[in-house]
Design a protein around this ligand. Structure first.
Ligand SMILES: [Zn+2]
Length: 203
């Protein structure tokens, strides 16, 4: 009885996922992005694009576009977030932030570890932009999951104001962030403009 009901739940969930996954006509993800994200919410870690590969570098240097409301309501979006989180929290290659282009999705979506909040949770910020950067700047060390084996100093604003879409209410929200968390936001939003921290150094 228990086994049968478990199978029933699993099959039902699979059917729901398949039907949700097949409805892609209003989504702005392209075919390659849909293939990368997939329809398996348990798929876990995604391959990271790195500067060691010329094709990856070209994509890392491209500008990302906004997510639509339909994108954010889709099962693909939920799976993308789960898999980005698994990737940035990979204990063999951990990060404090990740941007969608680093896993081959040129959409304005980043996950940032809020080191300034209790429990230091990872949070997702769709359609994020920096609407203000403090004039006061500081040099600090940075590394990047897409630039393996390197670290360098970068000059960044000490505080930033971010704007993003609250995916539950579908309204724009703003937040002021300071310290190292502000550096993470600047690093991740740069990814959405196609800029790596190694290039920021020369700007
Ligand atoms: Zn990075």
């Amino acid at each position: 009885m228990n086994k049968l009901s478990q199978i029933g739940i699993t099959a039902g969930a699979l059917i729901m996922m398949a039907s949700a996954g097949s409805c892609t006509k209003n989504l702005t993800f392209n075919d390659s992005e849909l293939k990368i994200i997939g329809t398996d919410s348990t798929a876990g870690i995604m391959p990271l694009l790195t500067v060691d590969d010329p094709a990856d570098t070209a994509l890392l240097n491209s500008v990302s576009s906004d997510l639509s409301a339909e994108d954010m309501k889709s099962s693909y979006y939920d799976i993308l977030k789960l898999r980005m989180l698994a990737t940035v929290r990979d204990s063999t290659n951990e990060g404090v932030g990740i941007a969608a282009p680093q896993v081959g999705i040129t959409k304005r979506l980043v996950a940032v570890q809020r080191l300034d909040k209790a429990g230091e949770p990872f949070e997702f910020y769709p359609n994020i932009r920096l609407v203000n950067l403090s004039v006061e700047k500081a040099w600090g060390w940075e590394g990047c999951l897409s630039v393996p084996g390197k670290r360098d100093t970068v000059l960044r604003s000490k505080s930033v104001v971010i704007s993003y879409i609250d995916e539950k209410e579908m309204v724009e929200k703003r937040d002021t962030v300071e310290g190292f968390t502000a550096v993470i936001f600047q690093h991740e939003v740069d990814h959405l403009e196609g800029i790596l921290y190694t290039e920021r150094k020369r700007l």
